[in-house]
Design a protein around this ligand. Structure first.
Ligand SMILES: C[C@@](CO)(OP(=O)(O)O)[C@H](O)COP(=O)(O)OP(=O)(O)OC[C@H]1O[C@@H](n2ccc(N)nc2=O)[C@H](O)[C@@H]1O
Ligand SMILES: Nc1ncnc2c1ncn2[C@@H]1O[C@H](COP(=O)(O)OP(=O)(O)O)[C@@H](O)[C@H]1O
Length: 290
């Protein structure tokens, strides 16, 4: 899983879609429509998918890469592009989109949401739509709860269903992220009767003092034993955390070297990567470059 390091020599025109980690995740209540109210801290990592956009003048949105198990019309990059198209009053521009997919699907590290956000930000620029960050984030929220944080590109303390964002600056540790060979459907975790749904709200200072856990972990470890095994393995080196609703588990290290020592003893056949935590998404640097 090393080909997607953002330091790799990718084509200058490619757009990054980084992964995110939930440094903690508490469920503090439930909305009337059944959606869960969260407190979480999103941080990006220097690792992710790469997207390529080729403009076309026939108004069509075409997907040039396959995504196993995801039909074209369901692909979040296609949905994001069509969604933006529908907002733009000018003549209908088209695009061919190719995704170099590296992030595991259903991994809890936001691959689909990040791809969607990068599509919104890149096409807003390439199609000269002129939407500002707030408008793009609002569009993004209609595609998924995690899309706004990727659009805004700043590590954030999040509340609500993840849309109430306050930018933060936290330690940019090195992380070892282990991707168990299973996808965890978010909906299955949120439907589980044993899920903790009444955590007391915490403050940023509580997290900084070592507080915060992932309320989904017990349910995920019970229903997906591969995830529990990965967390136990990681615990030999550092405290393991579940990201989002899984399946990925991660641990922080003070240096790249320390994280790579752990990576070197990864059991055969497991997938994992080492990457630095980032408070600013590489998508923002790419946008500035134009
Ligand atoms: C909980 C997080 C934390 O990052 O998990 P991950 O997806 O990253 O693992 C996300 O906010 C997930 O957001 P996202 O992945 O966009 O979830 P969606 O597809 O919108 O939700 C799938 C289903 O999960 C339930 N759901 C989702 C989010 C939420 N705050 N409460 C819920 O109850 C709803 O039943 C919804 O229909
Ligand atoms: N471009 C995309 N990349 C990844 N998943 C996508 C994409 N488009 C649609 N999906 C769907 O969204 C689901 C969740 O994807 P993903 O964001 O990778 O996981 P998570 O929300 O657990 O971080 C996938 O299982 C897949 O069915």
């Amino acid at each position: 899983m090393n080909a997607s390091r953002f330091s790799a020599p990718f084509a200058a025109e490619a757009w990054p879609a980084p992964a995110k980690l939930n440094r903690f995740l508490h469920i503090v209540g439930r909305r009337e429509d059944g959606y869960h109210l969260l407190q979480t801290l999103f941080q990006f990592v220097e690792y992710g998918d790469w997207l390529h956009f080729e403009l076309r003048d026939d108004g069509r949105v075409v997907r040039a890469s396959e995504l196993p198990g995801v039909a074209v019309d369901d692909d979040l990059v296609v949905r994001a592009a069509r969604f933006l198209q529908a907002q733009v009053p000018c003549s209908s521009p088209g695009v061919t989109i190719r995704v170099d997919k590296h992030l595991p699907m259903g991994g809890g590290i936001g691959g689909g949401s990040s791809d969607a956000a990068t599509t919104l930000v890149a096409l807003n620029h390439l199609w000269h739509c002129g939407l500002d960050e707030d408008a793009l984030a609002m569009l993004g929220l209609r595609l998924g709860a995690d899309v706004p944080v990727f659009v805004r590109g700043r590590a954030a303390w999040a509340e609500g269903v993840g849309e109430r964002l306050t930018p933060v600056d936290i330690d940019e540790l090195w992380f070892l992220v282990v991707a168990p060979a299973c996808a965890v459907p978010t909906v299955a975790v949120f439907k589980d009767p044993e899920l903790t749904r009444d955590s007391a709200p915490i403050r940023m200072r509580d997290f900084l003092a070592g507080g915060g856990r992932n309320d989904c972990a017990a349910v995920v470890y019970r229903r997906f034993p591969e995830v529990a095994v990965a967390a136990e393995w990681l615990a030999q080196f550092t405290q393991p955390h579940l990201s989002g609703t899984g399946a990925c588990v991660f641990g922080g290290f003070p240096s790249s070297a320390a994280a790579n020592v752990a990576l070197a003893s990864l059991p055969a056949g497991w997938r994992a990567f080492v990457a630095r935590g980032l408070n600013r998404s590489p998508l923002l640097e790419r946008l500035i470059r134009g």
